[in-house]
Design a protein around this ligand. Structure first.
Ligand code: ADP
Length: 526
């Protein structure tokens, strides 16, 4: 998925999945059912007037809206989207306008009337609240689709948030001032502290219409999860107005409580969804961070492995070159320099240099998946050549060599340098395991041609052998039991053999020691 990274982390940029849409529909449906129950079978019930309801309700709404605004501001600080800034301001607006609304609500602070304003103020503040928030949503919907120049805020985040809170506060103060000070000039929408007047719906209808316009705009430009849930909120806003008047235009009736519950839901929806999303995204982020750490560790292991491989593989020709150089010098330093022997030693140094270069090239090709140099070659020749290379070391450690070549062996196709490396590593390991113990030291290298066309090579020693617990581990990179070992040799051998469509494994030798076999997995035609 090639989405930009921040798309994973912000609600306003995530597109809603099918489940989200279904949940949104279920929420709407569930609330409608609640309303029908309130308006139908329960509408005759006149519940007790709970005086604590309004302050509790207002406080809860205030806290919800404030937290939603803070979370949206946090998203704005990441995205710098003006649209988010507008909708965050909308939530600041709904939180702040609750203050004059509760102050004006009859009977909350002073019996029978509001602390501020007259009888009409509460309803006018209610209309301002609903029309105002819907307008913020309209602003959000209009700005979010704008071209990038207009869509993004160029100033600092702090200035934007300060400006938004300040302007919204001014707006709320202005609305409160109009609703309270000019109450007498506004149409009468309530009859007394409990009953709404028949003219209430005439003001309510245009207010509901603003929410419907917002809903339609969101629908046209819908893209993100935030759009989806704001649509639900606008729908609830739109139905809240008629439900406040029909069927009972009386405060503290059963449907009045139902409408308040709807209002509370619509105020909490975006918050709930945001919290849910934040938790989900946090989980995803954690997963991504973990994945990246593992990747980095794996890369480090590979890096170490490459370094270890190079050191391991180059050491052998290098030490050969040093030995030859020492011998050459000794031949030259004799009172009568033996030029012939010195020349031979120099030739060996040159050959060793070429081998080291070839090994380095070979290592590079192990880590490359393409472009290996494959050619037809004779395995028996390769074994003989490798034994010749190792002759000096083998003789030094008094190791007897047995070479059992199957002369029926056909030519095989492979990378000569890489296959020679396998032999060198296996023989060096065999040698090292035999040096560790006393007793007869026999290195037996054999080639086989099986009747079914498979070819194989085995390298057997009479050394320490491999404990059953190590039989699998020895092929792991960096596994070693030697104080100066790298633990790379066998893993390289295995990857080379497997790259040649072959198999490499170890078995115990009789009466002691180990045998390493490698064979082709496909038959090799003669
Ligand atoms: P290194 O030789 O650097 O330890 P290798 O991958 O070549 O790395 O070998 C890993 C381990 O396998 C060795 O440390 C040794 O314990 C074991 N091993 C390899 N070859 C033999 C062998 N011929 N006999 C006994 N043990 C062996």
């Amino acid at each position: 998925m090639a989405a930009p990274e921040e798309e994973f982390f912000v609600l306003s940029d995530l597109s809603p999945g099918l489940t989200q849409k279904r949940v949104a529909l279920a929420v709407v449906f569930g609330l409608l059912v609640l309303v029908f129950i309130a308006a139908g079978p329960l509408s005759g019930v006149q519940p007790r007037r709970i005086d604590a309801f309004v302050p509790a309700y207002t406080t809860a709404m205030f806290v919800n809206d404030s937290i939603t605004a803070i979370l949206l501001f946090a998203q704005f600080s990441i995205l710098r989207s003006r649209a988010i800034l507008i909708i965050a301001s909308g939530y600041v607006f709904t939180a702040l306008i609750l203050i004059p609304w509760i102050l004006a609500f009859p009977g909350v602070f002073v019996p029978g009337r509001g602390l501020i304003g007259g009888l009409q103020s509460t309803s006018w503040l209610y209309f301002s609240w609903h029309a105002g928030f819907s307008m913020f949503v309209i602003g959000y919907a209009l700005v979010k689709g704008a071209d990038p120049d207009r869509r993004l805020w160029r100033g600092t985040v702090g200035a934007a948030i300060f400006l938004s809170v300040a302007l919204t506060t001014v707006l709320v103060l202005a609305a409160a001032y109009v609703c309270v000070a000019f109450e007498a000039m506004l149409p009468r929408v309530v009859l007394d502290s409990l009953r709404l007047s028949p003219s209430w719906p005439y003001v309510g209808a245009p207010v509901a219409l603003v929410s419907i316009v917002a809903l339609v705009l969101l629908w046209i430009r819908r893209r993100s999860m935030l759009d989806l849930w704001l649509m639900v909120v606008m729908f609830l806003y739109a139905i809240e107005i008629p439900l406040s008047y029909y069927p009972t235009p009386v405060r503290f009736s059963i449907d009045w409580y139902a409408v308040r519950i709807i209002g509370f839901f619509s105020s909490s929806l975006v918050l709930i969804v945001m919290l849910y999303e934040i938790t989900t995204l946090y989980g995803r982020l954690l997963g991504a961070v973990r994945g990246r750490r593992q990747e980095r560790e794996a890369r480090m292991v590979t890096g170490e492995a490459v370094a270890a491989t190079i050191a391991h593989e180059v050491k052998q020709p290098l030490s050969g070159m040093i030995t030859s150089a020492d011998a050459g010098l000794r031949f030259l330093n004799r009172p009568l320099p033996d030029l012939e022997e010195a020349e031979a030693a120099f030739k060996q140094i040159v050959a060793g240099g070429h081998r080291a270069a070839a090994v380095v090239d070979g290592i590079r090709t192990i880590f490359k998946t393409e472009g290996r140099k494959r050619a037809s070659l004779d395995l028996n020749d390769l074994i003989r050549e490798t034994l010749a290379l190792m002759r000096g070391d083998l003789a030094k450690h008094r190791i007897r060599v047995e070479a059992l070549m199957d002369e029926r062996l056909p030519q095989v196709v492979g990378d000569r340098v890489q296959l020679q490396q396998v032999l060198v590593i296996l023989m060096t390991n065999a040698m090292e395991s035999m040096i560790a113990i006393d007793g007869s030291r026999v290195l037996c290298v054999a080639s086989h041609m099986h009747d079914d066309g498979h070819v194989g090579v085995s390298v057997a020693d009479t050394g320490t052998g491999i404990g059953p617990e190590d039989t699998d581990r020895i092929f792991n990179p960096l596994f070693t039991t030697k104080s100066d070992g790298m633990g790379m040799g066998l893993s390289i051998c295995r990857s080379i053999v497997e790259a040649h469509d072959g198999r490499l494994w170890a078995a115990p030798n009789m009466p002691r020691g180990a045998i390493f076999h490698f064979s082709s997995t496909r038959s090799v035609s003669a």
